[in-house]
Structure formats: structure tokens, C-alpha cells
Ligand binder design. Structure first.
Ligand code: IVH
Length: 738
């Protein structure tokens, strides 16, 4: 986990926000796939929700950076291959979430505002447990179960009729009478703890697989090709909603669910009706109290508007009904003991303390490590010297019993130290003043702006520090940097540890050391085979492994390295891993200085100056922090050598501002707003600038063109007011001939 992932949204720079949105989009998509298709939990719900919330908060703070593949532009993951696809006639939605009582108050207030014109109208609600299983949609025609599907991505699910038929709570024929001619009954398939434990025990006895939790096991059970396997899992089902129907089951949610019960379905016995926030929250607490005795997982309470007429009027937002909300239960907490405190060293030399814990299960996952952030955090104070855990500064010591929590934050955290349990001999932790890896002094810098000490202690060893060096190399080959295919973190570690790559320049001479590279890869292959052998207890078979392919793929790797010998200047600058220089700043520097030689010249001149800020040219988007970082980098002789050697191997392309005569936008001031679909905003900006346009951040009388994508807001309004020409992204590309 990088520091960036934990940085408060308010403190993010635009470049960091962009990087975070990219990371979150990828992580959320992967989690969606794990959750919907593979039945393997990559994350707990709390972690997942925390990522979604962070994503939403960043999108709100930086609306211009919203990605085309934003997690908010899709619901769930597409269905896996294997079962026939079924398009839901009425989409299967998700629910908005509430985490606090205030969120619930807001929900009711929104309702009141929406219906304010209807005098005397009383909105009623239902409250029912949110079952932690998988939703399914069951089609009944003339009372007969004809087809059933998973939720899938909400629009298209999978036909799992045969498997659903094995579930005792799902009637094959509806009982009673009065059912619509055709109706899709929707609800949750789940597995009880008892059934889960029994399955685990059976599997352990037979030497079979391990099962992680009831939800994922239920998901796996539902997607069996052989329905008799599903039958053996004794899944359960609660009906709580419906999709396409030829007639409303009843005028209210509550009565509809009672009908389902009459027709032979299992329904939650904990569903009730309420009219006020107080009543809803009382229900929430009642259900929360019962939670541990239910025998199956629930993760919150769902409130729905009771009257169907009002549901219809209040309607939907993308993927969610406005008339319902899931009030989630708070993060789970657990107590454990701090066994050890380790210090990790990051790319920029930050000493990051990590508490090694007695393993403990919180919210369904085992937690063994938790970040302690920095020296002050361990002492129990924040950057202003104020206590962070309770009213007094309580430090964390090895041997302490601590309460940890997962939720709200992406990572688990220590919320409290249980002082009553502190061992008599526990001593305050002494934060090292030297780097645990290279033994260089580790210092806390003074922030020039605030005059305060930085909360992080950093190793001053820079490139002589192996920890920083290897992190720096990983960064050098990473996606936004040189992006060398086949040279990921794993291979970098291998080559670094084998002494084959010490600095970035060595990557480009690897081919000359082919025998040594081959040997390192072969040794790793050997080691991994041994590990596999030991783990499986079986003798080795002669199978082609991934490592084999790597080994044989050496030519490919060398070719991939060669392909990056003339990188774009901005990528190259970013790849150097200079502190505070993210992708955006690197691009600005590339545009400003055009060649690496010029950047080095100005960097050195600035570093040698008494007052660096008076020497460095004034550039939009480059402030004091970046100038200082450049001074540190170019003022450090060790970097000279590394950079010289690197530039013997790699020749960054000069940044060409192609103000071609035929560019229709040369000299024009343009502004981008709303979301772009064809390229990222930074790319669009760079392209416009290449064509000689000036890209501004806001609309003014000087603006010539506003390129407005979907979701454009105030900028579009001001452009219209000022009579500025407004065009779409497509029109822009048509004009610039892309
Ligand atoms: S109602 C139109 N009720 O939660 C609203 N959903 O976050 C449709 N869930 O996909 C959902 N218990 O899998 C509803 N009592 C309940 C629920 C429930 C669990 C699940 C369901 C849905 C997800 C939405």
C-alpha cells in the first residue's frame, strides 16, 4: 500500500488525484470480477465500500478527472462465461448506502423534499435485514417456476435455473392464489453458518478445498455445472423484491412480501414498517442486536419506501432506486497484541513503521499487519502535537493489547490501546534515527512553508540505500514511467538481488550479461519448483511453468527493453522518481525545457544558486516544493553519475511543440470541461499544446473554444454567457484532424 492511498482527499494534488482514480478504478474492477465471477473474495465489504467512497470523494473534488471507466459508470462485473446469458427485463439494481444516523436522516429529508407539494402525505418505510448473499431473479409464469438467473452486472445475468430448483425455499409451483400471470420474484440466496461449517468439515475430511466464507461459498455453489452439487449445499433463499410483472403483487412493499410468504417463499421474519427516523433507527439497532444469533450473515438494514406508488414517483438514479437505502453495520473491531514493530523503507526513503500483530480475524479476514504511519503516530500525537487516540497522547508499545478496526479506511487501523493490559515492562518504542537497511542517518525535514518538522523520518542514503534503489527501479519500469513489458517488480527484485541491476542504466545493458541473467532466472525457477514440491508433497513433474516461459522469453524481454531506449521526455522525467514530480509535473517540465539536457542545465544552475527560486524560471504549475526537489536531485553528485550512465543508454525524445502552420488551433486559448471519452484529460491537454493551443483551466473572455464533454457544468454556462464557441469532443478531434 502506498502512502498516496492513505492521503486525505483534501490534500491530494491534481496529479495524485488522477493517479488515485486510476488505481481505484482498476482495484474496484478487479474486486467486482472477484466478487461476481470468481467467488473468491479479494476484499472485505468494508474495504470495498471504503474504496468506492474514496473514489466518489475524489470524483467530487476533481470532477474534471472523472474517468471513462469510472466505477460509477458500471454496475458490478459482466457475467462469466459458461452459463447462458439472460437479459433482465427490469435491471437488478444496487442500493445507496448509509453509514451514520445522519445519512438516514438525509434519506428521509430527501423524500420529504421530493414530496413536499403533497400536503398531508405520510411516507411509510419498511426495514429489513440486508442479507449477505447473492441476489437471484426467479421467473414464474402462471405460478410455475420457469427460469432463474443471477444478478450478473445488473443488466445481464446467467441462467442458473437448474441450480435454483434445488433450493428448498424456492417453490416450483406457487401456493395459494392471486399471483400475477407472470412475475419475477427477487431475493437473496445465502448459506447458513451451520451449513458452511458442515461443508468445511466434510471437505477437510476428504482432503478437499478450503472455503473462505459463507457468501463466497454460496456463490460458488450456485454456479456449479452439476446441479446435484448445488443440492448438496443446502442453500437458502429469502424473497424481498420483484422485477418484471404483469401486475403489482400488492399496493405496498410490506404486503407484497407477505404475499410472497403466502405463495410459499421464505421471507425475513425481521421485516417491519416504520414512519420516522427514530423508528427506523430503533429497528436497525434491534436487528443489529439479533445479528449474532441469526445463524447467517447480514451486513446492514435496508429501508424502502413502503407505498409502491411513491416508489414509482420518486424513481431511480443510475443503478439505484432513490426510494431505498442500505444502512450498513459499523466496522468490526477486534483485540490483539502488537508482537513487533518493523520499519519499511520506501522509494523516497520514508521510514514506514508496521506493527506485526498476533493474527486476528476482523470482519471475515485475518489481519496480521497494520501501518503505524510515522513516529508521531506511534507516540499518539498528530502533526500539531495533539492526541490522536482519545484525550491523551497514548503511545503504542511492543507487547501492547490494541483494538483494531476495518472500515472507513481502506486499511485496518489501531483505534485504541488497552492500557489496562500493558505489560509492566513495556517500554516506549524508540523510532530508529538511522535507516535499517543502509544505516545512513534518517532525519525529519523541516517543512519550509509551515516551519514544522515533517512527520516522516527519511533515510538520507538515497541511491546507496538498497531499499530506495530497488523501489526506484520498480518505479522506473512501472506503467506511467518507462513501462517496460515483462520487467515487473518481481524481475526487478530478482535482478537487483543478483547484483545484475543496480541502477536504471544497468537495465539497458542486461543483454550483455545474458548468461548471468539466464542463471538468475534458472535459479529462481529451481527455487520455486522446490517450494511447490514441498507444498504439494509430490515429486516434480516436468511441466512448463511460467518461469520456463520467462526464461525462454529472454529475447522478448531484451526487445522490450530496447523498445524503450527513446522514451517520451515526460515519461523519462517521471521515471527518474524525483520527489514530488508526478506525471503532470513531469509533463510540465518536459514542455518547459524541451530536452533533458536543458532540464539538467537549468537544474544544476538552480542547485548551485544561493537563492534557487530566483534562478528557476517561473512556470505555471511548478512551485517551491518541486524546485526544492529538483535542487536536491541535481545538487546531488551521486545522481550525476547515475544520470550520465543512464543517458548513455537512453535518449529521451526532445519535446517538440508542433505549432504547424496548418494547425487550426495554433495560438487559440482552449478549455476542456466535462468528461472526455477518447483520451484522458492530460493527454488531450498535451495534444492541444502540441498543436500550439494554450490550455486554460477556466473560461474567460480570452477563451476561444470550450470543448465540453458530458457532465459539463459551470464552465459551459460561463462560456455560453460570454459567447465563447462551444464544441464537443468529437468536433474537436474532427477539427484537429485526429
Ligand atoms: S432490495 C431495488 N433488499 O443488496 C432494490 N436487497 O446493494 C433491490 N440485498 O443486489 C434490492 N438483502 O443482493 C434488497 N432485503 C434486501 C436485501 C438486498 C440483501 C442485496 C441484494 C442487492 C444488494 C444491493
Amino acid at each position: 500500500m502506498t502512502d498516496l492511498a492513505n492521503k486525505p482527499v483534501d490534500d491530494l494534488t491534481e496529479a495524485e488525484a488522477e493517479a488515485e482514480l486510476a488505481r481505484l478504478a482498476e482495484a474496484i474492477a478487479a474486486a467486482d470480477i472477484a466478487y461476481h465471477q470468481k467467488d473468491a473474495p479479494a476484499l472485505t465489504d468494508a474495504d470495498y465500500d471504503a474504496m468506492r467512497r474514496r473514489n466518489d470523494a475524489i470524483e467530487e473534488a476533481f470532477p474534471a478527472l472523472v474517468r471513462v471507466d469510472s466505477p460509477n459508470n458500471s454496475v458490478g462485473a459482466p457475467p462469466a462465461e459458461g452459463f447462458a446469458k439472460i437479459r433482465h427485463a427490469v435491471p437488478m439494481l444496487s442500493l445507496a448506502k448509509a453509514y451514520t444516523d445522519e445519512d438516514v436522516v438525509d434519506f428521509l429529508e430527501r423524500g420529504k423534499r421530493f414530496f413536499q407539494k403533497d400536503e398531508g402525505l405520510e411516507i411509510a418505510f419498511t426495514a429489513e435485514p440486508k442479507i449477505d448473499g447473492l441476489s437471484a431473479s426467479l421467473l414464474y409464469e402462471n405460478g410455475v417456476f420457469v427460469r432463474g438467473a443471477t444478478r450478473g452486472d445488473g443488466a445481464v445475468g446467467e441462467d442458473i435455473t437448474a441450480n435454483l430448483r434445488t433450493i428448498a425455499d424456492i417453490p416450483h409451483k406457487l401456493k395459494g392464489s392471486g399471483w400475477p400471470e407472470s412475475i419475477e420474484i427477487r431475493g437473496e440466496v445465502y448459506m447458513t453458518y451451520a451449513e458452511f461449517q458442515a461443508l468445511k468439515a466434510r471437505s477437510a475430511a476428504a482432503g478437499g478445498q478450503d472455503y473462505v466464507n459463507p457468501r463466497n461459498t454460496a456463490a460458488g455453489s450456485l454456479r456449479q455445472k452439476d446441479a446435484s452439487v448445488t443440492a448438496s449445499r443446502n442453500l437458502k433463499f429469502f424473497a424481498y423484491a420483484w422485477g418484471a410483472t404483469t401486475a403489482d403483487p400488492a399496493p405496498t412493499q410490506y404486503e407484497a412480501v407477505q404475499k410472497f410468504k403466502d405463495w410459499g417463499f421464505a421471507v425475513s421474519p425481521l421485516m417491519s414498517r416504520a414512519k420516522s427516523v427514530e423508528e427506523l433507527i430503533a429497528q436497525y439497532h434491534k436487528i443489529e442486536e439479533l445479528r449474532s444469533s441469526l445463524g447467517y450473515d447480514i451486513d446492514g438494514v435496508v429501508y424502502k419506501v413502503d407505498q409502491l406508488e411513491l416508489q414509482r414517483r420518486w424513481g431511480f438514479v443510475t443503478g439505484e432506486p432513490r426510494w431505498a437505502v442500505a444502512h450498513k453495520f459499523p466496522a468490526e473491531q477486534a483485540m490483539t497484541v502488537v508482537r513487533k514493530i518493523d520499519i519499511q523503507v520506501g522509494r523516497t526513503g520514508t521510514l514506514a513503521p508496521v506493527a506485526r500483530l498476533e493474527p486476528v480475524t476482523v470482519g471475515g479476514v485475518v489481519v496480521e499487519n497494520v501501518t503505524l504511519h510515522n513516529e508521531d503516530y506511534i507516540k499518539g500525537i498528530d502533526s500539531n502535537g495533539l492526541p490522536i487516540r482519545g484525550d491523551e497522547a497514548i503511545d503504542i508499545r511492543i507487547g501492547d493489547t490494541v483494538v483494531i478496526q476495518r472500515a472507513g479506511d481502506v486499511i485496518p487501523q489501531i483505534v485504541r490501546v488497552v492500557l489496562e493490559k500493558r505489560p509492566a515492562d513495556a517500554m516506549p518504542y524508540e523510532f530508529p534515527h538511522e535507516c535499517p537497511i543502509c544505516k545512513s542517518p534518517a532525519t525529519r525535514e523541516i517543512n519550509e512553508k509551515t516551519g514544522k518538522e515533517d512527520s516522516r523520518r527519511r533515510c538520507t542514503g538515497e541511491l546507496i540505500c538498497p531499499a530506495q534503489a530497488v523501489e526506484g527501479l520498480r518505479h522506473f519500469v512501472s506503467r506511467g514511467a518507462l513501462d517496460i513489458e515483462g520487467l515487473g517488480a518481481e524481475n526487478i527484485d530478482l535482478f537487483f538481488n543478483a547484483g545484475l541491476v543496480k541502477t536504471a542504466a544497468d537495465i539497458f545493458t542486461l543483454r550483455d550479461r545474458r548468461p548471468a541473467v539466464t542463471k538468475a532466472l534458472a535459479e529462481r525457477r529451481e527455487e520455486q519448483a522446490k517450494i511447490r514440491e514441498a507444498a504439494s508433497g509430490k515429486a516434480r513433474k516436468n511441466v512448463r511453468s511460467v518461469e520456463d516461459r520467462n526464461y525462454e522469453g529472454l529475447d522478448k524481454l531484451f526487445a522490450a527493453i530496447d523498445a524503450r531506449r527513446e522514451p517520451e521526455l515526460d515519461r523519462f522525467i517521471f521515471a527518474l522518481g524525483i520527489r514530488h514530480i508526478g506525471e503532470t509535473t513531469a509533463a510540465t517540465l518536459a514542455r518547459t525545457f524541451s530536452t533533458m539536457e536543458e532540464l539538467i542545465r537549468v537544474g544544476k544552475e538552480t542547485a548551485a544558486a544561493e537563492d534557487p527560486k530566483s534562478v528557476f524560471p517561473s512556470v505555471d504549475g511548478i512551485g517551491g516544493t518541486v524546485i526544492e526537489a529538483l535542487v536536491d536531485f541535481f545538487g546531488n553528485e551521486r545522481n550525476d553519475d547515475v544520470l550520465d550512465r543512464l543517458l548513455e543508454q537512453v535518449h529521451p525524445k526532445p519535446y517538440v511543440v508542433n505549432v504547424s502552420a496548418d494547425s487550426v488551433v495554433a495560438g487559440k486559448t482552449v478549455v476542456f470541461t466535462g468528461s472526455l471519452e477518447k483520451m484522458s484529460r492530460s493527454e488531450a491537454k498535451a495534444m492541444a499544446e502540441r498543436l500550439g493551443a494554450k490550455v486554460a483551466g477556466s473560461v474567460s473572455a480570452k477563451t476561444d473554444i470550450l470543448i465540453a464533454g458530458p457532465g459539463a457544468g459551470s464552465k459551459l454556462k460561463s462560456a455560453e454567457a460570454l459567447g465563447v464557441e462551444v464544441i464537443t469532443e468529437d468536433e474537436w478531434f474532427a477539427r484537429v484532424g485526429k
